[in-house]
Ligand binder design. Sequence first.
Ligand SMILES: Nc1ncnc2c1ncn2[C@@H]1O[C@H](COP(=O)(O)OP(=O)(O)OP(=O)(O)O)[C@@H](O)[C@H]1O
Length: 380
Amino acid sequence: MTVGDPGGGSVIEFRSVRKQYDDGTVAVQELSLTVPAGTITVLVGPSGCGKTTLLRMVNRMIEPSSGAVLLDGGDVRDSEPARLRRGIGYVIQQAGLFPHRTVRDNVATVPRLFGHGRRDARRRAEGLLERVGLPPEVSKRYPAQLSGGQQQRVGVARALAADPPVLLMDEPFSAVDPVVREGLQDELLRLQGELGKTVLFVTHDIDEAVKLGENVAVLRQGGYLAQYAPPEQLLAEPADDFVTSFVGRDRGYRRLSFVDSTGLGAGSVDTVRIGDTSADVPSQAGWVLVLDTHDRPRGWLPPEATVHGQLTEDQLIAGGSLHTGGAPLRGALDAALSSPSGLGVVVDEDGVYLGVITARQVLEVLESGRHPAMAEGASR
Ligand SMILES: Nc1ncnc2c1ncn2[C@@H]1O[C@H](COP(=O)(O)OP(=O)(O)OP(=O)(O)O)[C@@H](O)[C@H]1O
């Protein structure tokens, strides 16, 4: 076993699986779904629609009543559960940590199971904790001494400790507040970029689903698969009324996250630099953008503002969000709408000023049909 090295992923295939519990509840109707290797696939749907049941069929915590789950083509029933689970990381809502073991020992448990010595296992655990973005000082604390978000990170580190090709995540970020949750989501995407696991992720939150999933399976009450598609397609072409209402009224706006802004031309605006004197500041009919010495935007001077002596930061009006050229159109629209001048500032990857755009320009790009996916959606 190699701990923490890039491991790649396995294909998971649900083949006509159905689950009826002993009391007669049918949690999953006959359902077929292939989860591609090395991607994040999200199971989303309202409470009780069978998401957890489906997820737990992969590591045999639940056995299907009929049908089969295959990992890289092999039926999971052919693997003894304990052995199977060593290749499948599992992260749950409350992290499920051992309360009487330190954070480091919680993670080190897994390498120990694989026969590593205590020291080696701890060293590996510390590497993993760093990888999930935890500072070294938390490693000797107990789980109760950590915030909810930190506990979830430990849960992820522990699930990754065996370098499993598959990671099952059941509402892992639901118990933390929205800001921490966003951070955890970003961290998972970054981590996945490095590790390329096959991640099957359960949530009831459609925003989380479209943010994380390369593919999203929408389930509805009674354990039916309503739609299985990449998020942009889900938002553009919801399969039925249930999916339409589940993805929400603002799906048109959310789809802007999936349309890139290539082709959105940037205009220009007068600029000055911090440290310039009144003589350098253009006669002001309109807003002037202020840059630092590296040409990075710092803020705005309003029309008719007078500059006495050298221009300093405290004379500026704070800018809105910045749009990185080529990034999704949603960011361009947000930059324009959040800017005090109404002009969204476009920058390059290094944050250097490129030009400005207006909300109207963003809408014109959408309406001009230069983005076929959006034009198609508009006609629906
Ligand atoms: N052991 C069980 N015995 C009987 N019914 C069960 C059992 N476990 C789950 N169910 C039922 O099966 C259905 C699907 O449950 P499941 O936990 O898979 O849904 P879920 O989509 O994950 O829900 P949630 O988002 O609320 O966790 C529900 O109606 C649930 O009540």
